[in-house]
Design a protein around this ligand. Structure first.
Ligand code: PRP
Length: 212
């Protein structure tokens, strides 16, 4: 089974879950720059993938399953099955802006974001006229420099907003990591994928209970 993991902090958490759930691959913990790791004994091959690319690898069957943030799934709407909410990588998609910003609905709202589709559908549901400014990072800079009125972005701890004198104006949707599967793989590797999904679900539930 080919598994796409999101490179970075979320990926470390997710790999730990998979390891504990019975899908270890010890070589992944070695310090090197490899991107593919295999453990034939348990039948898994892991790839480290840029988090925003996980859904593409899974949709196009380069990976059978993967773990992607709900933010990416909402934005990219990939043709994949969403099997499980892992309950980790929790954050929320928000509208944020300067503390003193007041919206005037008669003016076009300038929205800076990495998530243009999510922002567009949120505001179109309110029939709000907006101008999307697509950025690739450090979104919080946009309202500070007058590039935009607000941002639509992920808020996790809220520290980045706080330290830049910005605040949440509206919460759009809660976000967390999801286990996704390629539609054809799901059919042909049904037992393997279902077993993995159940084991991960069981491990996540037990851990949540232990935390409470
Ligand atoms: C994300 C997001 C915010 C920040 C929120 O950025 O875009 O900037 O994390 O986290 P916080 O609420 O805990 O402060 P990321 O770290 O992915 O970097 P980026 O600016 O390059 O998008």
């Amino acid at each position: 089974m080919n598994i796409a993991l999101p490179k970075g902090r979320l990926g470390e958490i997710v790999y730990q879950i998979l390891e504990e759930a019975g899908y270890p691959c010890p070589v992944i913990r070695e310090e090197n720059r490899k991107l593919v790791f295999e453990n034939q004994a348990v039948g898994v091959r892991y790839f480290w993938v840029k988090p925003s690319d996980v859904a593409i690898y899974v949709e196009r069957a380069a990976a059978d399953v993967g773990i992607a943030g709900k933010d990416i799934l909402l934005e990219c709407q990939p043709e994949v099955y969403e099997l499980l909410d892992l309950g980790v990588g929790k954050c929320r998609m928000c509208v944020a802006g300067k503390r003193d910003f007041r919206d005037h609905r008669d003016r076009t709202l300038r929205v800076a974001t990495k998530f243009p589709k999510t922002a567009s559908s949120y505001y179109s549901a309110q029939s709000r006229d907006i101008d999307i400014i697509k950025l690739h990072g450090s979104i919080e800079l946009a309202p500070l420099l007058g590039l935009s009125d607000v941002i639509v972005d992920i808020v996790e701890t809220g520290k980045t907003l706080l330290e830049n004198d910005l605040e949440v104006k509206e919460t759009i949707v809660p976000i967390s990591a999801r286990l996704i599967a390629n539609k054809v793989s799901y059919k042909f590797k049904y037992e393997k994928i279902t077993r993995l999904c159940c084991r991960v679900d069981e491990y996540c539930r037990e851990n949540r209970e232990a935390d409470q």
